[in-house]
Design a protein around this ligand. Structure first.
Ligand SMILES: [Zn+2]
Length: 79
């Protein structure tokens, strides 16, 4: 499945993963899975070989153009 890229607030985002909870199946249930899914969909489980029905779905954006720059530690005054 092709990822859907878009620019928002100067961030290049793609909505390629969904944070899900499962209505049935695993005790741990759910997690972050590839693709965009809706409640009621049956998807392969990340934790076992089975498939489960999605009870809760939140599509997660991934930012692709973020650069982490180190912040210089400043000495606290008064020491
Ligand atoms: Zn499972």
């Amino acid at each position: 499945m092709a990822e859907d890229f878009r620019m928002e607030n100067r961030l290049l985002l793609s909505y390629g993963h969904t944070l899900v909870e499962f209505a049935d199946g695993c005790v741990d249930g759910g997690g972050l899975i590839p693709g965009v899914h809706e409640v009621g969909a049956v998807v392969p489980c990340p934790d076992c070989a089975g498939e489960h029905c999605v009870s809760s779905a939140m599509v997660v954006a991934t930012a692709h153009n973020v650069t982490i720059s180190e912040v210089e530690q400043q000495d606290e005054p008064g020491r």
